[in-house]
Design a binder for this molecule. Structure first.
Ligand code: PLP
Length: 398
């Protein structure tokens, strides 16, 4: 581990990933395929290790957000099918074909552009049709059951030259039950999706793969599984929302850790960090910690968040800087320079859940793990042993 620097790092537990994979697999009917969503560097967990692991475990498909992420998977020798969920410039048709990557097609003009670049380059591009049944983001807009114009457009897209339609999908807006307590909106979306695929079937267009379940729907709606599910957050052991907490036995895979740089005593009247937003009114002992917003640690936790040292809460005092912050350790015994501390996750002494952490800074677990910076090495742990690391700055790994 020559270039692993124990400053601030994310420990990624590979055993948790495999536990979560099997937990999800057990929720699926035997014939249902799993498309592992590994966009955004596997939600910040280090796709370089995570994707090969999920490949070995048996994931059938991989989903990413863009062409570069898809090419990265191919460079990792992943040969299974890959779907780009988002936009790819249509003039990249040849790269999509050369790398054997499937592209989401979300409206007719995009389909036409992709088809013409495919024809020009004499290649065929595999596509999945995306229908917007209520998310309002990407996809052929199908918000009414009798919208034949939309069905006609999808039909036309599927019959264009040099496009091979493999699949069709939609995305739920509130399957995590946020504002959809009874799942009514999700039910409507599912109904629209099934109707659209049936109507296309009647016109003679059939799809090998119909898929609509994200993590929340995978947990909540087994009846919506169709041919494939697309879980992301639950693979990493986090819950899609508080409403779905405890719905499955998941193990959070990421733990963010740091160390103490120095310990010192400050006296009444002293102030801490930029803007002097914290003033000491009695003698306190503080520890400086080498993590800041450039590591993806939210500045909004200034004077608000806390870290765990020896199993106890140490409050952040003063503003969080780019690379450092200060915590109050007055009430914690035996705090010493270079000792390991917990920023979120679980260590031998306690837990600060990524959800509690995210709640304090007004965001969700998804964002917290995705924004962990590239300056933070990922250290991979299996059977309690460190088996590898990923250093994005030096571009080294082991
Ligand atoms: C990100 C994404 C997913 C996975 O979402 P989770 O909530 O993490 O399971 C599934 N489908 C699409 C289209 C996505 O963009």
């Amino acid at each position: 581990m020559s270039t692993f620097l124990p400053r601030t790092w994310a420990e990624i537990n590979i055993d948790s990933i495999s536990h979560n994979y099997h937990t999800i697999k057990n929720l699926l009917k035997p014939e249902v395929q799993m498309m592992a969503v590994v966009k955004a560097d596997a939600y910040g967990h280090g796709v370089q290790y995570i994707a090969p692991e999920l490949d070995k475990l048996g994931a059938d498909w991989f989903a990413v957000s863009n062409l570069e992420e898809a090419m990265q998977l191919r460079n990792l020798n992943i040969v299974k099918p890959i779907l780009i969920l988002g936009y790819t410039p249509p003039n990249m048709a040849k790269a999509l074909s050369d790398y054997n990557i499937s592209q989401t097609v979300f409206d007719l003009s995009y389909a036409k552009a992709l088809s013409s670049y495919a024809v020009e380059n004499n290649v065929t591009v595999k596509i999945h049709i995306k229908i917007d049944t209520g998310m309002g983001r990407l996809g052929f807009v199908y918000h009414k059951l009798n919208d034949t114009a939309c069905i006609d457009e999808i039909y036309t897209a599927c019959t264009l030259d040099n496009l091979e339609s493999e699949g069709i999908f939609t995305h739920f807006a509130s399957s995590d039950l946020d504002g959809d307590e009874s799942g009514e909106f999700t039910k409507t979306q599912f109904k629209l999706f099934c109707t659209a695929t049936d109507e296309l079937e009647q016109k003679g267009v059939s799809f090998k793969l119909r898929h609509c379940c994200n993590s929340a729907a995978t947990l909540n709606n087994p009846e919506y599984q169709l041919d494939m599910v697309r879980p992301g957050i639950i693979l990493y052991g986090m819950h899609p929302s508080a409403a779905l907490k405890d719905r499955a036995d998941l193990k959070p895979a990421m733990c963010l850790k740091s160390v103490v740089s120095m310990v010192k005593t400050l006296s009444s009247g002293d102030s801490i960090s930029y803007g002097r937003t914290f003033t000491v009114n009695d003698n306190i002992t503080v520890a400086t910690v080498p993590v800041g917003y450039a590591d993806g640690y939210p500045r909004s936790l200034s004077n608000k968040g806390y870290v765990m040292i020896n199993g106890k809460k140490a409050n952040i005092v003063g503003r969080i800087c780019m690379d450092q912050m200060v915590v109050d350790v007055t009430d914690i015994d035996n705090v010493t320079a270079s000792q390991e501390i917990l920023l979120f996750g679980t260590d031998d002494n306690g837990t600060l859940s990524v959800e509690d952490f995210s709640c304090l800074c007004g965001t969700i677990n998804y964002e917290t793990v995705c924004i962990v910076g590239k300056r933070v090495s990922r250290v991979f742990v299996k059977n309690g042993e460190k088996i590898g690391y990923l250093n994005y700055i030096l571009n080294t790994h082991q």
